[in-house]
Design a protein around this ligand. Structure first.
Ligand code: NDP
Length: 326
């Protein structure tokens, strides 16, 4: 038997409990994983509080990512004892997720954890860090190089933005960290940002084309922030867009695309093909300063996850939340 957070719905009321489950109750899959660490992501907090339509099948175990050890497998790529990490694929939304002692999933969803990354570090990186690497790879594919000019990272003090900042700086890029929190300037410089840009500068009504300021950008905000960012990208530059922290609209014009040849690249971590995931994790193991990473996360005991979810949504928790499960 193992502990699991279980979200259920009866008529209109949602209940969330810590329940005891047996492996036989887990959904179908060809690999059984003993979960070591999961995280509390924004999506998980929405699912636990019922404040967003994340869960599409009840009952549901939340937890959109986890790291752990394979205990049983009929998948040819995995055997008992293998260390694995999982991000996305609808886990915690349509398939039981990582906030449980055990998870049974498709082996095709699992990434072997690269040597050099511990199971705890895998969740300090979490879906946010893995998405940050996907964004960096998207810029790389279009040939953006250090020396081209500053790369703007929006939401720089957040989960995706902070890892993107440190990854880009590590590759030798000049990083312009866009933040709404002036108090985080020192923290962002510590991650390698060479310039701090007040979010307000990208928040007003945007012009179709503004002064060419950035060679490229990584955007977690969407809405007017992304519209402003696009208008400030130099000729031939690229923006990797992955989030909607400011909103899901995009009040932009086509001018940056048709007059400056700017490219807008979408980044999705959930259904991202395996080849790209493997590359992202390989590069994370190679490039990420894991000591710096430890400072970006806080640990919340499994027993406090349910109570922490509403506080997380209210912005009362700093850094990413790692949950030891085993
Ligand atoms: P966090 O909550 O950790 O960080 C978001 C950051 O965005 C905040 O810290 C803040 O940064 C900034 N922000 C908040 N509100 C606004 C606003 N109104 N305008 C501009 N910036 C704002 O979230 P994550 O970093 O984990 O995720 C960022 C976004 O990426 C989310 O929208 C999330 O849903 C999305 N995401 C998408 C994925 C994908 O697969 N496409 C995967 C993972 C995340 P600061 O304080 O520096 O201003």
């Amino acid at each position: 038997m193992f502990d699991a957070i279980l979200i259920d719905k009866t008529d209109d009321a949602q209940t969330v409990t810590t329940s005891q489950l047996a492996p036989e109750q887990l959904p179908e899959g060809d690999v059984l994983v003993e979960v070591a660490y999961s995280t509390l992501n924004y999506k998980d907090a929405l699912a636990i509080t019922g404040k967003g339509p994340v869960v599409r099948k009840f009952p549901m175990v939340p937890g959109i990512d986890f790291s752990g050890i394979v205990r049983d497998s009929s998948h040819e790529d995995f055997k008992p004892g293998d260390r694995v990490v999982l991000n996305g694929w609808g886990v915690g939304e349509t398939h039981w997720g990582g906030l449980a002692g055990m998870a049974r999933v498709k082996g095709d969803w699992l990434v072997p954890l690269p040597d050099g990354i511990s199971m705890r570090q895998a969740m300090e990186i979490g879906t946010a860090g893995y998405t940050a690497m996907l964004c960096v790879m998207a810029l790389d594919r279009c040939g953006v190089k250090p020396g081209d000019g500053p790369v703007a990272v929006t939401g720089a003090a957040g989960g995706v933005g902070s890892v993107a900042t440190t990854l880009l700086a590590g590759r030798g890029f000049e990083v312009a960290a866009v933040t709404g929190r002036a108090s985080e300037a020192e923290f962002l410089r510590g991650l390698g940002a060479s310039e701090i840009v007040d979010r307000e500068e990208l928040s007003g009504k945007h012009r179709p084309l503004a002064k060419e300021r950035f060679a490229a950008g990584i955007d977690v905000a969407g809405s007017g922030v992304l519209a402003n960012l696009l208008s400030m990208i130099r000729y031939g530059g690229r923006v990797a867009a992955c989030g909607l922290a400011a909103g899901m609209d995009l009040p932009a014009t086509v001018m940056p695309f048709i007059l400056r040849g700017v490219t807008l690249a979408g980044v999705d971590s959930v259904m991202c093909p395996m080849e790209r995931r493997l590359e992202a994790w390989r590069l994370l193991a190679q490039e990420l300063d894991l000591d710096k990473l430890g400072a970006l996360s806080v640990e919340v005991p499994f027993s406090e996850v349910i109570d922490t979810a509403p506080r997380f949504l209210e912005g009362q928790v700093r850094g990413r939340i790692v949950v030891p499960v085993a």
